[in-house]
Structures are given as C-alpha cells and as structure tokens.
Design a protein around this ligand. Structure first.
Ligand code: PRP
Length: 178
C-alpha cells in the first residue's frame, strides 16, 4: 500500500469482480442494440478500458472531458466542456461511464447537454456511488460500489493529478491534502 493511503476500500480483485458483473449485465441488456460507451475523462480511463473488455457484444467507445474540481477537493458546481464527443449521438444508445458520482453536478450538466442531442437512450454507469454527497439526483443504472464520504483515490481517481495509477481504491490521508 502507498504511504499516502490510510485504508484500502476496494482492492484490485474486488474492482475486477465489479467490472465483470457490470460488463455481463450491460452485454445482456444491449445484446441486440449497438452501444456507444461514453467515458467522462480523465478519471474513467481504467474503468472504461476494463469495462469495455468485459462487455462481450459490439461496443463503440467515445470520450468527453469536462472540468469541475480544479485542483481542490470540493466540487465547485462550475462545469466546463474541455473536449466534446467525436461522435454524433443522434438516435444512439448511449451509456455514460464515470469513475465516481459525488455531488452529481458534473453528470447533471453532461446529461442535460447530451439530452438535447436526441440519443435513443441515455443511461449511467459508475464504479463508485458516493450517495451521501449528492446535490443533484442522478438515475444510476449500473453501479459498482457504494462509496463512503471520504477522499478516495486510485484506479483513475486523483488528487492533484496523482494516484490515478494505483490498482486499488483507497482513502487518502488527510495530511496529504490539508
Ligand atoms: C470527478 C469524477 C466525476 C466528478 C464527480 O472528476 O470523475 O467526473 O468528479 O463529482 P461530482 O459528482 O461532485 O460532480 P474530476 O472533476 O475530479 O476530474 P477528473 O475525472 O479529470 O479527475
């Protein structure tokens, strides 16, 4: 375990199990529909890479990047599009994929924006659901784990750009960001 981590919440094995479970369900649900997975960068990158490979039906993958947190630890509510989709989603079956839903502000903005583009369907998948912190209601179709209201990093989740490459998800020691 890295010195800056106080506790491992979800091990690499536990994450792999959740990815397999979600991937199998998504494959079943979209067996006869052509799915477009939309990852919300940057935190989604390991999850999208693993999840896409756990879905054993045809799947296209695209990404969006938005900024919401800056360098701090609290959601600002200000969301800015940094990179838009490459693909038109008019008439498409879209599955948004996030590493974590916290306040829900980021995804609320993205969903409002994407709905105006007339997708056939728009569903949400997140590895971590930090429900206690929610400010905007989000309907989550696929969820990996309930996440306690702690500052978590790893498997895509960062603090100040670091820790994304940890293979597990853990709690960051408060002295690191205090
Ligand atoms: C994280 C995460 C979500 C968002 C969730 O992204 O990937 O997009 O915060 O928080 P919310 O529900 O309170 O809006 P972040 O803005 O840290 O960017 P990153 O993915 O590049 O790390």
């Amino acid at each position: 375990m890295h010195d800056d981590i106080s506790e491992v919440l979800f091990s690499a094995d536990a994450i792999a199990g959740a990815v397999e479970r979600i991937g199998a369900k998504v494959a079943e649900d979209y067996a006869d529909r052509r799915l477009l997975v939309v990852g919300i960068l940057s935190g989604c990158f390991p999850f999208v890479a693993d999840l896409a490979r756990a879905i054993n039906v045809h799947v296209e993958v695209d990404f969006m990047a938005v900024s919401s947190y800056g360098g701090g630890t609290k959601s600002s509510g200000v969301v800015r599009t940094l990179k838009d989709l490459n693909t038109s989603i008019d008439g498409r079956e879209v599955l948004l994929v996030e590493d974590i839903i916290d306040t829900g502000l980021t995804l609320h903005y993205i969903i409002e924006n994407l709905r105006t583009r007339n997708p056939a369907s728009l569903e949400v998948c997140t590895l971590l659901d930090k429900a206690e912190a929610r400010a905007k209601k989000i309907d989550i179709k696929y969820s990996g784990f309930e996440c306690p209201n702690a500052f978590v990093v790893g498997y895509g989740l960062d603090y100040d750009g670091l820790y994304r490459n940890l293979p597990y998800i853990g709690v960051l020691k408060p002295e690191v960001y205090a």
